[in-house]
Design a protein around this ligand. Structure first.
Ligand code: GDP
Ligand code: IMO
Ligand code: MG
Length: 428
């Protein structure tokens, strides 16, 4: 029995797509359990690059089952666009290899409109969301007014729920924000059509996932975003609206915690963040720009330049604790090659004391000064290394520091975006 979780351990974009694709070669099922098409997961196979937003990263293998869980917020328009994009790249998708939860919440046009309006209304305090309607959709879920995939399967139920929702949303859009209302008929027709196309994919995925685990198949849970974007433990309110840590798997895929057999935290060898919010080890100098250009740090979903900084071990230690990580997968260690010295943050100095956890209050976090430990860099390019022994001694020392500080072993070192550019050290 195997149910294995892959999670982002920083602020997203750690390389979860690449690591999921790598581990998926020996798995049977890949499940997305939270987030939506705010995610942008890149997988490179040979000379082809695939950018996935909603479809799980197991889709590139012909024989894997892919599941969109109930914890995901699903924009059907975005899903169908992604399916078309993948079909053009010769990826076959059918109800044979993709299942969608009947309990997943639907992202509606008014969620996207409200995401934009609310961000503009926040002015200089905007979150820097992806604008995909994620926050407003999860708000409706918790408020218990959301529309779910199963509602689309019953036209009369969908009609009533859309009428109720649109009345309230149009009041907010017009009376609070002075913008134009949305039209019922066009949304209704559009979504009824989506429902017909979705129908063959729709299942009770808790039942399916449970059965697969019980039957001895290997199930992977592919996280989106990262632990510092978690709605409870991230840098709130500069977070996403879902539970990005391991606990989110049980809720978002409908399985119990006792079934989970392991969790790998994906972390870049440095830190990046898109959107606003605190970032203790951010670099505003030439080194930060160098990392951005060398690492091609531009968002997959929005194209925004990612903010870059040194590796923050306080964050990794917190991620290991929050998700009970059994190992780390460290990516992009190749990107740092060429820097004479590299730094890692081993503590935050706050009010004269050094702490090794992320404080809840943003006011306290803003006061935190990073305590750095400096390491010798590695000048040799390492993208061709395929074994741990082939890595330069200085890179190994850097990796050992991560293991020591977080008390968590490293199972994978990634030295490039390609499937083969992966050093598997799970046996060490
Ligand atoms: P995700 O959202 O966590 O799946 O990550 P993204 O796809 O948004 O961003 C990670 C980027 O780094 C992608 O362009 C990957 O192709 C790339 N990548 C992943 N691992 C490595 C690595 O080890 N080295 C290099 N150079 N690039 C990598
Ligand atoms: P993957 O899965 C990086 C960030 C946004 C913003 C905040 C809230 O590719 O790692 P939202 O649209 O979710 O309400 O935006 O979260 N964000 C991500 N940053 N990678 C992601 O996904 C992200 N998904 C959301 O930039 O700061
Ligand atoms: Mg990404």
């Amino acid at each position: 029995m195997s149910a294995f979780i892959i999670l982002g351990s920083q602020w997203g974009d750690e390389g979860k797509g690449k690591i999921t694709d790598y581990i998926a070669k020996s798995a049977d099922v890949v499940v997305r359990f939270q987030g939506g098409n705010n995610a942008g997961h890149t997988v490179e196979v040979g000379s082809k690059q695939y950018k996935l937003h909603l479809v799980p990263s197991g889709i590139l293998y012909k024989d894997k089952i892919n599941v969109i869980g109930n914890g995901v917020v699903l924009d059907p328009k975005a899903l169908f666009e992604e399916m078309d994009y993948l079909k053009k790249l010769d990826v076959s998708i059918s109800p044979e290899n993709l299942m969608i939860s009947d309990r997943a919440q639907l992202i509606m046009p008014y969620h996207k409109v409200l995401d934009g309006i609310k961000e503009r209304a926040r002015g200089k305090n905007d979150i820097g969301t992806t604008g995909k309607g994620i926050g407003p959709c999860y708000t409706d879920k918790m408020e218990r007014s959301g529309i779910r995939v199963c509602d689309l399967m019953h036209e009369d139920v969908f009609k009533e729920k859309l009428q109720e929702n649109l009345k309230v949303k149009n009041d907010i859009i017009t009376k609070v924000y002075g913008e134009n209302p949305l039209d019922f008929d066009s949304i209704y027709r559009e979504y009824i059509n989506y429902g017909k196309t979705l129908a063959p994919y729709v299942k009770d995925i808790s039942v399916e996932v449970y059965k697969n685990i019980k039957d001895g198949r290997k199930v992977l849970f592919e996280g989106a975003q990262g632990s510092l974007l978690d709605v409870d433990y991230g840098t709130y309110p500069y977070v996403t609206s879902s539970s990005t840590i391991a606990g989110g798997v049980c809720i978002g895929a409908g399985i119990g915690p006792t079934m989970i057999t392991g969790a790998v935290g994906v972390a870049k060898a440095y830190t990046t963040r898109v959107g606003k919010g605190p970032f203790t080890t951010e670099l505003f100098d030439e080194t930060g720009n160098w990392i951005r250009e060398n690492g091609h740090e531009y968002g997959v979903t929005t194209g925004r330049a990612r903010r870059c900084g040194w590796l923050d071990l306080v964050i990794l230690k917190s991620s290991a604790r929050l998700s009970g990580l059994t190992s780390f997968a460290i990516t992009k260690i190749d990107t740092l090659a060429g820097l004479e010295k590299v730094k890692v943050c081993t503590g935050y100095k706050l009010n004269g004391k050094v702490i090794d956890y992320v404080p809840a209050s943003l006011e306290d976090l803003a006061k935190c000064e990073p305590v750095y430990e400096e390491f010798q860099g590695w000048s040799k390019s390492i993208e061709n290394a395929r074994t741990y022994d082939e890595l330069p001694g200085s890179a190994k020392k850097y990796l050992r520091k991560i293991e020591e500080f977080t008390d968590t072993k490293i199972s994978i070192v990634s030295v490039g975006p390609g499937r083969d550019q992966t050093i598997d050290i799970s046996h060490i």
